[in-house]
Design a protein around this ligand. Structure first.
Ligand code: C5P
Length: 222
């Protein structure tokens, strides 16, 4: 069976990673969460007190940073320079700074270079903001996942509560809206639906329905 490349883009907290992981598992493909790569650099920059307004310093830091994504029984693990940072990169400090770090051209060029390399052999599900437009512009299947901001905030809130994390739904909504604004309005590779991407509004769909929709599109291509 042909091993295709699947690009899943969309705004913050639209369920991209949940869906991408399930699709990758069903197909025995590799799943690459590109947001985790930008989060990893942001985490290391904050930890090393690198000025987030200094593009050159961030680009240099990235050149000296090893980021590894590994599938495990407990979901995807993220390692920065050999240290497991899977939980740390999801904290609010990283979440609220990552869109600053990801706006810089030299940072994005290096990230995209690494991501293209990861995708080159096919059999991959990659999620992010610019996968269909810049990382794999010739992907066999491109999905743009959407959901209303209220629905996205509610999903993230429920996820936080189920994990026992403190959560304020209004604050979550504001943070999601701000991140979408920064990611959509940046100059370099802004969040955009690729012209040939298939848009899927998941506001009134559950995870299984979204997965079924995408698997149907996959089977048309393999
Ligand atoms: O997907 P996630 O919410 O973890 O992404 C975190 C941030 O990383 C996004 O808000 C965006 O600023 C950046 N990002 C990006 N391009 C990607 C993936 C993520 O700019 N392909």
């Amino acid at each position: 069976m042909k091993k295709i490349r699947i690009a899943i883009d969309g705004p913050a907290a639209a369920g991209k990673s949940t869906v991408a992981k399930i699709i990758a598992e069903k197909l025995s493909y590799i799943y690459i969460d590109t947001g985790a790569m930008y989060r990893s650099l942001t985490y290391k920059a904050i930890k090393n007190q690198v000025d987030l307004d200094n593009e050159n310093a961030l680009a240099d830091l990235l050149l000296n940073t090893d980021i590894k994504l590994m599938a495990s029984e407990n979901g995807q693990l993220v390692f920065v320079d050999g240290t497991n940072v899977t939980n740390q990169i999801r904290g609010s400090e990283v979440t609220n700074s990552v869109s600053i770090v990801s706006k810089y051209r030299s940072v994005r060029e290096e990230m995209v270079r690494r991501q293209k390399d990861l995708a080159k052999d096919g059999g991959i599900v990659m999620d992010g903001r610019d996968i269909g437009t810049h990382v794999i512009p010739d992907a066999e299947l491109k999905i743009f996942l959407l959901a209303s901001v209220d629905e996205r905030a509610e999903r993230r809130h429920a996820e936080n509560i189920s994990k026992g994390f403190p959560s304020d739904i209004n604050k979550l909504k504001e943070e999601i809206e701000l991140r979408d604004k920064l990611d959509s309005e940046r100059e370099v590779a802004p969040l955009r639906k690729a012209a040939d991407a298939i848009e899927l509004d998941t506001t009134s769909l559950n995870i299984n329905e979204v997965v079924d929709n995408i698997m149907h599109l996959v089977h048309e291509r393999i």
